[in-house]
Design a protein around this ligand. Structure first.
Ligand SMILES: NC(=O)c1ccc[n+]([C@@H]2O[C@H](COP(=O)([O-])OP(=O)(O)OC[C@H]3O[C@@H](n4cnc5c(N)ncnc54)[C@H](O)[C@@H]3O)[C@@H](O)[C@H]2O)c1
Length: 336
């Protein structure tokens, strides 16, 4: 037992040193692609990219960087005015014309509207080269306190909404023999996260979907299914998170310094797309090590996670942002 423990510690220490050495904020294939692979500006130029969750957070930065690469864009989320704001900035930051950026309001939960949305995109651009499934919501609540309605909403939004759009767009891509589907997953699609059991389940479901599709469609060389897994990133995800009941918001902190900068996360997602990396892990250190340890030392990792997990739960119970552990900053509580 002693030998096993010290071997585990030695492996973790070794990994820490390697990652320190290269200052990685993405898995090793992603870092390799950033240093030596195709650049997003050349690989993605001119492509028609349909981006969900484009009104804020990671999606907003993806929109700006895709515009700078010369992609033609379909910007989707529920908030049309916010999408118009993002479109305006896309046009200011690129050489795109107004017709190159289509604002297309879409509710991922309203699956019956997705076919009509696809037809609007096809009428405007004639095709979809890349579907970038980014829209989604997280969760901050204990499993035992959470209503079934919330768990169902998480599944319907993050999983079924993404499945619905992906299935429609993939059929069109397969007919043409060309296209890429990207799913913005999460470390929560690989590891367990306390206070986010429903969110984790929906992201694990997406991971299963991508893993299966990569094999099921793998023989069609023109079709790519990419799964991108970020750790914590600066965005509105905590403000927008589900809690125990629908309509109740979680306490959140304005201070997100401990999380990865949104623009850097978007940049790494574009590198994954430009190089067709099937699965990528993105996070600042030391958290990037978490999925590695989770995979290679599953029992030890769960034991270590208990300490952080307990603190997050205590924070939430005291009305603080669960991550006040990392920030020690003032926290706000908002309710609807
Ligand atoms: N921020 C993080 O720490 C983090 C980490 C890992 C993965 N992610 C994933 O990144 C993606 C983007 O999240 P974010 O961090 O930018 O959060 P965010 O809350 O800032 O943005 C979420 C986007 O999804 C859209 N959205 C929410 N519900 C929708 C619905 N019903 N229909 C259509 N659009 C809807 C919102 O309007 C918004 O544009 C999500 O899939 C999230 O799970 C985020």
């Amino acid at each position: 037992m002693d030998l096993l423990f010290w071997t585990a510690v030695a492996i973790v220490a070794f990994l820490v040193q390697i990652f320190r050495l290269i200052r990685a904020d993405g898995d090793l294939s992603l870092m390799w692609a950033e240093a030596f692979g195709a650049s997003p500006a050349s690989a993605l130029q001119g492509k028609v990219v349909w981006l969900t969750g484009a009104s804020g957070g990671i999606g907003e930065h993806l929109a700006y960087q895709l515009a700078e690469c010369g992609c033609r864009l379909v910007l989707s989320s529920r908030k049309e005015d916010e999408l118009e704001r993002v479109k305006k900035t896309c046009l200011e930051r690129s050489n795109l014309s107004c017709a190159n950026v289509l604002v297309l309001p879409l509710d991922l939960l309203d699956v019956d509207s997705h076919e009509e949305c696809l037809q609007s995109v096809l009428r405007h651009f004639g095709k979809v080269d890349v579907l970038l499934n980014n829209g989604g919501r997280s969760q901050r609540s204990l499993f035992l306190d959470t209503s079934l309605a919330v768990i169902r909403s998480l599944m319907e939004l993050n999983y079924i909404g993404t499945v619905s759009l992906t299935q429609l767009v993939l059929r069109e891509m397969v007919q043409r023999g060309h296209g890429t589907v990207v799913v913005v997953n999460s470390f929560a699609g690989i590891c367990g996260v306390p206070l986010a059991s429903g969110y984790c389940a929906s992201k694990h479901a997406l991971m299963g979907l991508c893993n299966s599709l990569q094999i099921e469609l793998g023989h069609q060389s023109g079709i790519k299914i990419l799964s991108v897994c970020p750790g914590p990133v600066q965005s509105n995800i905590v403000k927008n998170a589900f809690t125990e009941e629908l309509g109740k918001l979680a306490p959140y902190s304005e201070n997100e310094e401990h999380k990865m900068a949104t623009a850097r996360c978007a940049r790494l997602i574009l590198i994954a797309m430009a190089n067709n990396l099937l699965e990528t892990w993105i996070s600042s250190q030391p958290l990037l090590l978490y999925p590695y340890i989770w995979q290679y030392l599953p029992s030890l990792c769960r034991a270590l996670s208990l300490m952080v997990g307990r603190r997050r739960i205590e924070n939430l119970r005291s009305g603080l942002d669960a991550d006040a552990y990392f920030t020690r900053s003032t926290c706000k509580t908002k309710s609807t």
